[in-house]
Each structure stands twice: as C-alpha cells, then as structure tokens.
Write a protein that binds this ligand. Structure first.
Ligand SMILES: [Zn+2]
Ligand SMILES: [Zn+2]
Length: 367
C-alpha cells in the first residue's frame, strides 16, 4: 500500500490546511468525471480520497503516523466517503454550499399566537384588565429546553458523525450517482439523545397552560390588537420567543351605537313633548343625564351632549348624539280624539278623519 503522504504529495509535517488544499487540487485533477477515458482514474481517485479521509482526521492521522496503518472505516464513516460522487458534489462539500433550508443549527423564533377577546362597550370605554388563559409550546420546565433527561447531554450522532446528512454513492450503467439524504437516526440534527427528557420527549418544548393579565387601554375598538411581546411560543435552539396578539372585539351594545369616538342612541318622545318642550333623561355610559329639549322639536332632531362619547386612545373624548324619535299615539280615547279635533279647528286645519270601515263597525258592536 502506498504511503498516504506520498499519495497527496506531502511530507509528514503537512498542516491540515495543506492537506485540504492538496486534496482539492488532486480531486479536481483525477476525478473520474474529468478523466473519462482513463480506466485507472477511478482507482487513483479512491486512493486520494482514502488518504485524505485518514490524514484530515487528527485522531486517525496520529494512529497512522504511529502504526503505519489505520483501523478499517466503520459503516458510519463509509457514508462520509465521497466514493465516486459527481464533480459538483465535491465542490459543494468543500466550498461549504448547502441547500437552502438545511441550516439546522440556526435558532428558530417561536411562533406568534393569536387570541380573540370580546369585551363590552363599557369595558372599552373605561379600560379594563382581563385574565386570559392560553395554551402554548413553552420551554420544557423539566429539561430547561435541552431535550435531555437531567444529568445527560445530547451526544454527536454516531451515524452521520454530527453532519446530519448521509451520502449514498451508486454506480450504474448510466454513470455514478451520489444521493444526499437527511440522517435517519438524528433527523438532521447531528446529535442524538441517549436519554430524552420524559416530559417533552426530547423536543425541549411542551404545551403548557398559562394565565396572563391583559391590560386593555380605554378607547379601544373592534379590530384593534394588543401585542404582548414574548408571550408567544418558545423559540428553538435559543431562538427568541414569539409574541401574543390579542385581537379585540367590542360586543354590540343594546343602547349605543359607536361611530368613531362618538356614541349614538335614540330617545322616544311624545308629540306633546315635541310641541311643548320638556326635560328628558338621556342615557350615557356614566348614567342618565337630564337634558332640555326645546318647544317645537322636530322628528329626528338630535340632542348632542359633548364629551359623553368614547375616550380617544390619544386623549380627549367623543360626543353623545341622542336622536329624538317622536311617537304618534295610536290608542286615542274618545276624549283625546275630540281635543285633537278641537286643536285642528283652532289651527284652521281642515282635518277629514277617515270614515271607519264597515267591518270595523261590526267588530266594535261585537265587543
Ligand atoms: Zn424536556
Ligand atoms: Zn445523524
């Protein structure tokens, strides 16, 4: 067997850098894809590769330096063997290119969560603190997110030796193929847990219920959201926590309708109140307020009470608009009817009350 240093054209004092450089140069030169017509190329390339595999590994190199031989490669190491992989694969390996999405060591930020919260108009007007309960993936309290049972630590995956990948090389009639797959023992993580945490089964995160107090400022409206920084799910591999967004929904109110920061309501009044003027109770969020309506109020006239609307989150407060609905009486007694007819006469109105239908007359007689 040829000396590994001779194969790479180096002497035994070569540095790791020199070994790597020599291998790159020779691999390019002797790769079977390049020397297609040379039947020896495959053998030569294997030799170069073998020499590199030993000399680039400090432990195996020192074994080789001492004993002039190394123990046979394990099955796991065979997977690292470049075999007769394609030219591009060699370059990808050495120039550190890795397919997108393969950066398995990168920290991952926790997922943002959404919580829909319905509040009353009164709560929206005054501001309120509400307790909410959420369930989220949290850092496992048993292993503190490491995924390892207490007293044990993750170990380098023996199958892929920490690379997270496995390479399969195959030679067929159509040429040689190299396939890179995710390591099936560690799932690409590069580490395995001999003793995974029992609570989170090694994931480092576990679903936990959490009660949070949400402070809702006054003046909020439907569609607004509050962000609770860091109250989303726990990150992975040291990634920061996600956020929790509380989406607010202000429930419809039986009395008030909201228009921006103003409130609108309706107040029924009688024709005599409208004609003579009166003092009426106007409902507000702070309780009823007495308000005068002038004589001669028309249907749908609006009474405005300034500063009794919704608070503006930026300061100030909207107004309250009460629309006056004049109710025309429908249940007149004979006396009331007579007085109204007299009123009409006094006002010079020629009122012609509708004649009662025959059927109504019969109904009256039967009563
Ligand atoms: Zn755990
Ligand atoms: Zn692995």
């Amino acid at each position: 067997m040829r000396d590994y240093y001779d194969i790479l054209g180096l002497d035994s004092s070569a540095s790791q850098d020199e070994i790597k450089r020599a291998f790159r140069r020779l691999a390019r030169e002797h790769h079977p894809d390049v020397k297609k017509n040379d039947p020896q190329a495959g053998e030569r390339f294997k030799e170069i590769n073998e020499a590199y595999q030993v000399l680039s590994d400090p432990q195996r190199r020192s074994q080789y330096d001492q004993f002039g031989t190394v123990s046979p490669m394990t099955a796991a190491e065979e997977f690292r063997d470049f075999g007769l992989g394609s030219f591009n694969d060699i370059f990808d390996m050495f120039f550190g290119r890795r397919p997108a999405g393969m950066d398995r060591d990168a920290p991952v930020r926790g997922t943002d969560l959404r919580y829909d919260l319905e509040i009353s108009l009164e709560d929206a007007a005054r501001g309120v603190e509400r307790e909410i309960e959420i369930e989220r993936l949290d850092t496992c309290p048993s292993c503190f997110g490491t995924g390892a049972e207490r007293g044990s630590t993750p170990e380098t995956c023996p199958t892929c030796r920490g690379s997270g990948q496995m390479r399969y090389s195959q030679r067929t009639a159509l040429g040689s193929f190299t396939q890179i797959t995710t390591c099936n023992q560690c799932g690409g993580a590069g580490t395995v847990l001999r003793h995974p945490c029992k609570q989170c089964r090694g994931s480092g995160r576990t679903p936990l219920k959490k009660t949070l107090t949400v402070t809702i400022p006054k003046g909020v409206d439907t569609g607004m959201r509050l962000r609770l920084t860091g109250e989303g799910e726990a990150g992975e591999r040291g990634g920061e926590r996600g956020d929790l967004y509380v989406f607010l929904d202000v429930a419809p109110h039986p009395v008030f309708e909201r228009r921006g920061n103003d409130l609108v309501c309706e107040i029924p009044i009688s024709i005599t109140q409208a004609a003579l003027g009166d003092e009426v109770d106007v409902p507000t969020l702070d309780g009823p307020a007495v308000h005068a309506i002038p004589a001669g109020t028309q249907p749908d006239d609006v009474v405005t009470i300034p500063g009794k609307g919704m608070p503006d989150p930026r300061g100030g407060r909207g107004d309250l608009h009460a629309r006056l609905r004049v109710r025309v009486p429908t249940n007149l007694s004979a006396e009331e009817r007579r007085l109204l007819q007299e009123l009409a006469k006094l006002r010079g109105e020629n009122v012609k009350p509708q004649k009662k239908k025959l059927t109504d007359k019969v109904k009256e007689m039967l009563q």
